[in-house]
Design a binder for this molecule. Structure first.
Ligand code: BV8
Ligand code: ZN
Length: 244
């Protein structure tokens, strides 16, 4: 891995985050040994087909996760706080693209944020596409304020087989970035796992993976820094800000 790189202070930084970024705030990851997908199958709770077949099971899964997220949201960790500090002090553009549906980047202070897989705190109606803030449990009995029908409300998250959100905005940021960071993601889920390849094809950015351990895509990065996010992310942000 080439040695670390210090970008120009007005350069653009794009940061992709995954479940590992929130792990030290008390939220489970997906693919760690005791992760979410070791307890429940994607096909049963995180696809449109699953919702059509057994909406109650899908609502139970997201009601459990929404309750956990709501507790965790009050607990952004030093990684979230460091990314917000970077955005506040960096001269160039800092864009955070998160795969996470929790609101920890917001509560940590990040503003220029894209939730490509949606958020746990909103509901969307399958009948009329109405989107509404949603805090408590959701069920097929709930009535949509947009069309006054019941049974259509679902979590406003992107399931497997569905198109991620804000892909045009994401593509624009990737094509313009000078430094690409990938934090706390295993590199399993596309298109997010392919963003580093998009950046490499453009050929102008330095790419860094910051993760507990090398991800599936580790060899696609120019540089890797490994350890808990709450340790390596603040240290890397300090390294960047020292160059200002
Ligand atoms: C799409 C929202 C078309 C819901 C999520 C075959 C091959 C390749 C691809 C596919 C295929 N078959 C189907 C596909 C496409 C599919 C896909 O990629 N499947 C994979 C599983 C094979 N993708 C899709 O369906 C996507 N849609 O492709 O549409 C399209 C494409 C392009 C353009 C137009 C249309 C939609 C995918 C979205 C699914 N929804 N979440 C919810 O949250 O319930 S995905 C889910 O996984 C979360 O968003 C999560 O964030 C994401 C990725 O997981 P990670 O974040 O990486 O979490 P993971 O547990 O895996 O890893 C954690 C990492 O952190 C680990 O590396 C660990 O070491 C590290 N870590 C742990 N603790 C710490 C830490 N690091 C630092 N510090 C710590 N303390
Ligand atoms: Zn509706």
């Amino acid at each position: 891995m080439p040695q670390s790189f210090t970008p120009e202070k007005n350069s653009n930084i794009v940061i992709l985050t995954g479940a590992g970024t929130s792990q030290e705030s008390g939220l489970e990851t997906f693919r760690d040994p005791d992760g979410i997908w070791s307890k429940v199958r994607i096909e049963d709770v995180a696809t449109p087909e699953a919702f059509a077949k057994d909406p109650d099971a899908v609502h139970d899964f997201y009601n459990m996760r929404r309750a956990r997220h709501r507790v965790a949201t009050a607990n952004p960790n030093p990684a979230h706080l460091a990314l917000a500090r970077l955005e506040a002090q960096w001269v160039g553009e800092v864009t955070v693209i998160t795969q996470n549906v929790d609101l920890l980047h917001e509560s940590g202070g990040t503003q220029n944020l894209i939730h490509m897989h949606g958020v746990h705190s909103k509901a969307r109606c399958n009948h009329c596409q109405y989107i509404v803030e949603w805090q408590g449990d959701m069920s097929t009995a709930d009535v949509c304020d947009g069309c006054s029908c019941a049974g259509g409300l679902r979590p406003h998250v992107v399931w497997f087989g569905e198109t991620p959100l804000e892909l045009d905005r994401i593509q624009g940021a990737l094509l313009e970035c000078d430094l690409f960071l990938s934090i706390g993601t295993s590199g399993n889920v596309y298109p997010a796992a392919g963003f580093v390849s998009v950046v490499q094809q453009v050929g102008r950015a330095h790419t860094v993976e910051l993760n507990l351990e090398p991800s599936l895509g580790a060899d696609k990065f120019d540089e890797g820094r490994y350890g808990p996010a709450t340790a390596i992310v603040p240290a890397y942000v300090d390294h960047l800000l020292e160059s200002l």
